[in-house]
Design a protein around this ligand. Structure first.
Ligand code: AMP
Length: 270
C-alpha cells in the first residue's frame, strides 16, 4: 500500500495505470466505506482511497471541528484490505488552482439537505470535481446512503469528465442503523434511538404499499417520531429516486430523512 501525501507523488504513483477505481472518503472508516473499496477492487485494476475532510462542504464550523478523525485506525483498515494507493491531500493540494467548472444548483435542486445545509453540495461538487481531475479514475464508487449527493455528483462529474459514478448499496448494522462516521459521536442511548427510528421507517414504508394519501401519512409519521424520540426532524419526505421530485406513490420512490439527535445530524433513506 502506497501512501501519497501530495499531488505530485500521487500522479507519479498512478502513471501508466489504467482502469483506476477511486473511493473518496472523509475517513473514520467503517464497513460502509469498506464495501465501496471491495467493489472497486473487484471492478478496477488499481484502487485509490482518499481521506480528506473537506472544510468547504461544512456549513457549520463547529461541525467541521468535531467531525471524527481516526487516521491511524483508517490506515490499518486500508492496509488489511490491501488497497493500492491512499491519497491524503492537504487543503492546499486540493484548492491551489481555480476550479473551471461552474457550480450552481438550480431551484429544483434546493431540496432535502440542499435546503437545510446552505452551500453544502456546492462544496461537495467542488471537491469531487477537483479530486476527479487530480486522480483521473475510470470509476468512482459512492454510497446510496448519501443519495442526493450521489445524484448531484454524478451529474456534474459525468458531464465534465470521462469517469463513471458507480452507486453502492447502504450498509447497515445488525440493528438496521446505516453505518456513518458520525455515529461515533453518539452516546449509547442515542445509538439505540437511531436504530429504533431506522427500524420504524423500514416498517412504515412497507405499510405504505397499499395505502392512499401517502403525504398525509408521512406528515403524521414525522409528528409521531418527533414526539416519541424527542428529535428535531429537518425533513421526512417521499421522493422519486430518478429526479428527487416529491412523490405520492411507493414505486420508484424512497423515504428521505434528516434529523438531529443531541446536535448530531443523521441522514438516511429507505
Ligand atoms: P464519507 O466518508 O461519509 O464522506 O463517505 C464516503 C463515501 O462512503 C460516500 O460515497 C458515502 O455515501 C459512502 N458511505 C458512507 N456510509 C455508507 C454506508 N453506510 N453504506 C454505504 N456507503 C456509505
Amino acid at each position: 500500500m502506497k501512501i501519497l501525501l501530495n499531488n505530485i507523488d500521487l500522479n507519479e504513483a498512478l502513471f501508466g495505470n489504467s482502469n483506476i477505481g477511486f473511493v473518496p472518503t472523509m475517513g473514520s472508516l467503517h464497513q460502509g466505506h469498506t464495501s465501496l473499496i471491495r467493489k472497486s477492487q473487484k471492478l478496477s485494476n488499481k484502487t485509490v482511497v482518499s481521506i480528506f475532510i473537506n472544510p468547504k462542504q461544512f456549513n457549520n464550523k463547529k461541525d467541521y471541528k468535531k467531525y471524527p478523525r481516526n487516521i491511524k485506525k483508517d490506515l490499518k483498515i486500508l492496509k488489511r484490505l490491501k488497497v493500492d494507493f491512499v491519497y491524503l491531500p492537504k487543503i492546499k493540494d486540493i484548492y491551489k488552482t481555480k476550479n473551471k467548472i461552474k457550480i450552481k444548483l438550480n431551484k429544483q435542486d434546493k431540496i432535502l439537505c440542499a435546503k437545510y445545509r446552505k452551500g453544502h453540495f456546492e462544496g461537495v461538487i467542488d471537491v469531487m470535481t477537483r479530486l476527479t481531475k487530480i486522480v483521473n479514475p475510470s470509476k468512482i464508487f459512492m454510497g446510496e446512503k448519501d443519495f442526493q449527493q450521489l445524484l448531484l455528483v454524478k451529474r456534474y462529474v459525468e458531464k465534465n469528465f470521462k469517469s463513471k459514478i458507480i452507486s453502492c448499496k447502504t450498509i447497515r448494522d445488525k440493528n438496521k442503523l446505516a453505518l456513518s462516521s458520525r455515529n461515533t459521536l453518539l452516546k449509547k442511548d442515542d445509538l439505540i434511538k437511531a436504530s429504533k427510528i431506522a427500524k420504524s421507517l423500514i416498517i412504515f414504508k412497507k405499510k405504505l404499499l397499499d395505502k392512499k394519501n401517502l403525504n398525509n401519512l408521512i406528515f403524521m409519521k414525522k409528528k409521531e417520531l418527533q414526539k416519541k424520540y424527542d428529535i428535531n426532524i429537518d425533513y421526512l419526505e417521499l421522493r422519486n429516486t430518478k429526479n428527487l421530485k416529491l412523490s405520492n406513490k411507493i414505486k420508484n420512490s424512497k423515504i428521505f430523512v434528516a434529523y438531529f439527535i443531541n446536535k448530531v445530524r443523521l441522514i438516511d433513506n429507505f
